[in-house]
Ligand binder design. Sequence first.
Ligand code: MG
Length: 268
Amino acid sequence: MRIARFSIDGNVAFGAVEGDAAPGNEASLVLDIIKGIPFADFELSGTKVPLSKVRLLPPVLPNKVVAIGRNYAEHAAELGNAIFDEQGRPDAPITFFKPSTSVVGPGDPITYPSFSQDLHHEAELAVVIGRMCREVPRERVKDVILGYTCANDVTARDVQQREKQWARAKGFDSSCPLGPWIETDLDPGDLTIQCTVNGQQRQLGRTSDMVRSIEDLVVHITEAMTLLPGDVILTGTPAGVGPLNVGDEVAVTIEGIGTLTNKVIKRG
Ligand code: MG
């Protein structure tokens, strides 16, 4: 099931997306409004609205976004970072937060930060947590995941390189576009993940190239902290990151999920 969050006539609701979501077919999509919330038992109301009549919102409002750095070897290499120790074993993943206030939805603008001259896109598979969990054993990881969506870990690369902590570089308002919806029936193990800017391909990878699997990441993160329903894990970006300029339209497409599109605007 594809679960979208949207506003219509001033009300916010979740809905199941029905129809063929292939690019170009968006006009045919319909939302069946959900009674309740997707993090507990819920029913479809049978009340349907065309997707064209609503405004899609971020599919979740996470309490926290836990992001992973350097999870694709080719991307780590393009920024000059090693991810394996001398024995060839992966180092512990880099883990950082993006604040809840960084989240925006599909079609929302990315505001170019005033304190950067080198904004970059990072297309990432996002894991949406479905239930409160801690110290999740590997064999239970699937039980705590609601589904998957597309993310852009927008990064002020110059600030990231200048400042030891990444809170400003990766945590500014609008630095975490999520969407367009959550796909709950998906094997995330080997999906194409792509980023285009103004229609030109910048990043193309496969989730099977992750250094650490989603199971590894959930075990690693929940060893340290409780995850809440709606929390999001960003799983790292493939090679090909590059600059975004004011006016650019950046799109993240993940096989089996859909496309997340956002435009970069100048700070007003
Ligand atoms: Mg990233």
